[in-house]
Design a protein around this ligand. Sequence first.
Ligand code: ZN
Length: 233
Amino acid sequence: MALRIWNEYLKAREPRDRESACERFIEKMNSFTALFMGNPPLDFDEDTGKPKRLNISTHIYGSVPQEDTRLDLWYPDNKRKTECVATHSSLYPLMIYYLNRLNDWGLYFRKCKICGKVFLAKSQRYELCSDKCRKKQSLQSKREFDERARENNYDLLYKNECQNWRNKINKAKKTSGFPSERLKEMLAAFESFKKGALQRKQAVKKKEASPKEFSGWLLRQSNVIVKLAEPED
Ligand SMILES: [Zn+2]
């Protein structure tokens, strides 16, 4: 195609009337270059991975010259292992033909989740175009995992702290002579601790508070039960 454009360009330089030669050249090349003008012709359904039907009449000013729809296909060997395809004045028939062939070959159009590039895949399940993007994706998943792990870590801190409170309360229950008023206070403090923790945990989840703030609060609460469990002098 580049050769043909170059050839036509050389021919267009010959006549004296440069202006009309230029016109003729552009007109001749118009259907060739139409594919690259305007919107990219490749449009596909993101759900099915199938290309949308290419409507060439909108690309070529309403009517399609017959020459522009011509496509030659032949098989040079009788086993049909090789196929040759040629177009004459427009690249559209070639494109339409291969969009159908891709379908025959069971290939799907996919858009890479990482870089956004369109690529062909054997299945709809493919979401990444290359090893480079697969690496990027696994790094990203690791970061997300670490983040989740950190969040879970605060959850774990809370669970441990709850156990700490329960242990202190159970110990008090078993201690003979432990003031019952104090035990009631401990149970009430435990309820309000759990209530406060739940609210703060939700705030962390909604990113209204940092996990660090939550763990700091947990630590301060720990002193409450320690003090309540101490015997009075
Ligand atoms: Zn990619």
